[in-house]
Design a protein around this ligand. Structure first.
Ligand SMILES: [Mg+2]
Length: 183
């Protein structure tokens, strides 16, 4: 098989943006708590043992070893753990607010929602209007979302949506500034 020549592929400036522990972070912020320093899980049907953890804050994941699909009976008792019922309408509202911030830097047709807390945006044609580089625009967007909504986002800049998504999941999430660039 002939090696594939990626030089022929289009090169864009794609920002893949994901909100860290989205549901759990929204619930922390609604309570006036720091989403990175609070133990909180969003749990459906918390009144019975089969209750399912839909989201856990980073600290809950770390301290209690909770994952997003843990069951209620797997959650250790901890005096600092907050259990919040899900509020989907609120999360949708916050998702739209994040989208509106992003769309103040990219055209509607360059914004691609991917899930309730992830999107890809093609800023190739617009970054120069707002920043010195696509990376600088990513920083502006990250900081505005934090400032206006309190939410921490991870962003990977890449040549195409696939590269940006993979870079986000593999590298950006682990970097201290929650950012990465994959070319
Ligand atoms: Mg997320």
């Amino acid at each position: 098989m002939k090696p594939y020549n990626y030089q022929n592929e289009p090169t864009r400036d794609i920002l893949f943006i994901d909100c860290k522990s989205f549901y759990a972070s929204v619930e922390c912020i609604e309570r006036g708590l720091d989403p990175m320093d609070t133990m909180l899980v969003v749990m459906s049907k918390a009144e019975n043992a089969g209750g399912l953890v839909l989201a856990a804050s980073p600290k809950a994941k770390k301290v209690l070893g909770i994952s997003n699909v843990s069951r209620k009976h797997e959650i250790p008792d901890h005096p600092d753990l907050i259990i919040a019922p899900p509020r989907m309408a609120l999360y949708i509202k916050k998702n739209l607010a994040i989208g509106n911030i992003i769309k103040s830097y990219v055209a509607e047709e360059d914004y691609y929602p991917y899930s309730i807390d992830e999107s890809a945006s093609d800023c190739t044609n617009s970054w120069h209007l707002f920043a010195d580089s696509p990376w600088d625009l990513a920083v502006i967007i990250r900081d505005r979302i934090k400032q206006e909504l309190g939410l921490v986002v991870t962003i990977c800049l890449g040549d195409n949506p696939l590269l940006a998504k993979i870079g986000m999941d593999i590298e950006a999430k682990k970097n201290p500034d929650f950012m990465a660039e994959w070319r």
